[in-house]
Design a protein around this ligand. Sequence first.
Ligand code: HEM
Length: 563
Amino acid sequence: MSLILPALTICVAGATLVYLWRQKWGRPSTFLPPGPHRDPLIGNLRQMPSDKVPLIFHEWAKTYGDVMYLKVPGQAIVVLDSLRAAEDLLEKRSAIYSDRPKFPVYELFGWTCTLTMMPYGKKFSQYRQMHHSYLNREKCADYKPMQLVEARTLANNLLTLPWDQYENALSRFATGVITQIVAGHRIESEDDIYLRMSKMVLESLARAAQVPAGTAIDFFPFLEHFPSWFPGTRYAQMAREWRPTVRELHTFPVETVKKQREEGVATPSFILTHLDAVGTSSMTEEYEQDLQGNAAAMFTAVPVVSNLKETEKTWGVLSVFLLAMVLYPDCQRKAQQEIESVIGASRLPEFEDRAKLPYVECIYEELFRWNPGVPLGRMVPDLSCIIFNSPRQRYHTGACKTTHTAGCLYPQAPLSSPISVHKLTFRRGMTLDPEIYSNPTEFVPERYLPQPIGMGEPHFSGKFGFGRRICTGQYLAANSVWIAVATILATCRITNAIDEKGEIIVPENAMTYGLMRYCIKFAFVLLLTRPDSHPVDFRCAIEPRTPQSKSLVMEGLHAEAEY
Ligand code: HEM
């Protein structure tokens, strides 16, 4: 027993030395894209920004170009700073750049069979198909009545709740839509089981997402079996604690719908459709796991916790909307005038009005460009963009396809490759491109209107990602965001909050960006990344836009309650 600790320490120290040696001498960098100078062993670790990472990468890209290479111990990062580079690699070559690395930590948390983290392959196509069959453009038209009711509930909540509950209201909206899609369940109260579960699970996901594939466990999976006091096992311990909660989100919705189906009371949902497709008696264990994983993956698309800022989906976009409306009151006024002149003051917006409200459409588009909720693209890194540094190495690792962009080789990675390289599609740089967008840091909805009224600039086409990994919930999300924006504009006036001293609070026009933190612990270098952005906490005031607003919302809710 007394020999175990020294033996383990020697093993780990040996593995670390081998690893560091490989970092230093294992790979010449002949074919790498340009990037800041790298120190021996630690690469770009010293230069890595601790805040506003997307903006700083964008600054660096001005020197090194729109395909930039960075290296920190254990991870190589390829930053794609322009739409052209992203389209070139992720759209045109998506057959070879759609893979994901293995995520031992996520798996320990209980995220197995999850599309978002799934490597490219047969199962991946099967999962995409499962999502697509329920979330394609045509099917999403059927969900509009439900989204309309949820948007009106949101407006009602914003008009009645105090300011510190606004985030909850937005979260409830996002979760409410997803629970109906996934399980046919309508959230009626604040203590709803799905709200509680999503809140817990998203918190767990956020913790795991702080370290996408960058923990000691990811580098040395065997550490999972070590006792919790052993250096580098912290995330394994955390994962073990969260696992039951994550698993509950997988099993509970499927079990509940199965039971409802047996009792003949199930309402249409993603789960019911897939249960019906096979029949519960002939359902294999594998199919059930697939269904659980796919249903749970949709919940991960919803940030439900008011204090939880780590997620990037619908909530993020709507909080960006509130911030923009406070900072740019003229835009709010123009949109409200448009709604009033097209729809009048006696009813609320509906999906059929969308084409007649071009300025509201421009606001919707500008939200995704101005401060995209996912500035570094995928929260989950890809392994697909592994770069091999020499033909010799390609030979050794058996890569089979190569492509050529910006003078660099990007061969396809074999899944067994031991090299961990993470690509981050860099959406912030794409949305700030001065060659595409004039005054790019300003919120200017008019930029999309045709000239001479507007500037004729293009919509940001990467808002839901690229290629074969493009967001499967894009049509659902687009409808959710649009109807929420239109309904809030029609019913609410969003203004600056007043503080305790009676002074106007002017929110800072700044987004916080995830931290890149580094801890060097007992020779393990852990890269902790949180590649997300969200408005810094801000207060705003929301009041009825007209004396009739509240009653209109209530009438609208009653009229649509039986959709
Ligand atoms: C405004 C809301 C949303 C935004 C901005 C958004 C954006 C994104 C982005 C940028 C990606 C990465 C795409 C890539 O890797 O190129 C993604 C992936 C994904 N999204 Fe969304 N999303 C939203 C809502 C949703 C919703 C509502 C769902 C489900 C109902 C969903 C399901 C997914 C899934 C499953 C993936 C992973 C796809 C894969 O890896 O193959 N998203 N999303």
